[in-house]
Design a protein around this ligand. Sequence first.
Ligand code: C5P
Length: 299
Amino acid sequence: MASVTVRAPGKINLALHVGPRDDSGYHELLSVFQAVDVWETLTAEDAAEFSLEVVGDVVTDDIPLDENNLALQAARAVQKASGYDGAAALHITKRVPVGGGMAGGSADAAAALVALDALWETGLSRERLLDLAAELGSDVPFCLEGHTQIGRGRGHLLEPVSSRPFHWVIAPSTLHLSTPLVYSTLDEQRGDAAPEVPGAPSPGLLEALAYGDAVALAGELVNDLATPAVSLAPGIPTVLDTGLSLGALAGMVSGSGPTCVFLAEDAAHQTSLLEGLTGEGVYALAATSPAQGAHLVQD
Ligand code: C5P
């Protein structure tokens, strides 16, 4: 095989409960992740040396092209774990907003794990790939698995939950937020008052997902990172108000932000919401959830 292509999804957090920071510097999470059909596409080709090219219809200026890039780190991790004696040229087409709280960088890493495992026919087990994913970043295992998952620990310990489809409108921002900065702002705002995370997601949330009840889901969305994200990106409330005034069932910050996501009742409502937001000058795109995790596609 000389080249393979993989797609990996962006994610939203339907619930994101953040507990205290532990000794490792990470926060204990209880999250309900859902993958959306906003895809990163990565092609990996056999090459004598590692290289990376990134293109896309999102602003890609902030993306490191050196060893700080998570996809390159993932490629090297597969090389090391498998003992493969060679390298690869990576080409990424981005659609997930950069620095937007939708795990675009993590999706690239998950795509690279799947691509190089296939390209080099490493035979690494799924468990080994998930371990490599967790070492690369807290959201990488989710981007590998996709669908809908409860995330515990740093967000890397996953448990699948069932979900009917939901329709969203996503409003990315040109502003990029650093995830560590959003977490440390939360710590400052909370002082010593960080609550423990709940043991499980609310039963109402899980029921809404299982029955495909968008109205019930709207009342269950929660994100502890919304307040620090808003203080770092003060334009967020205006975008949220615009979506809500156009009839979105709910509007929320995605993960560490500043991307905002709006829940629609169905596909027709999604289309009218998208048109309304675009008409108000808000750049937006339609997305459906849940979506599958990183997977090979035909070239
Ligand atoms: O795991 P990842 O490298 O993606 O995390 C980026 C940053 O987000 C961490 O360095 C940390 O500041 C913050 N983070 C956290 N608690 C988590 C996940 C991420 O504090 N559970």
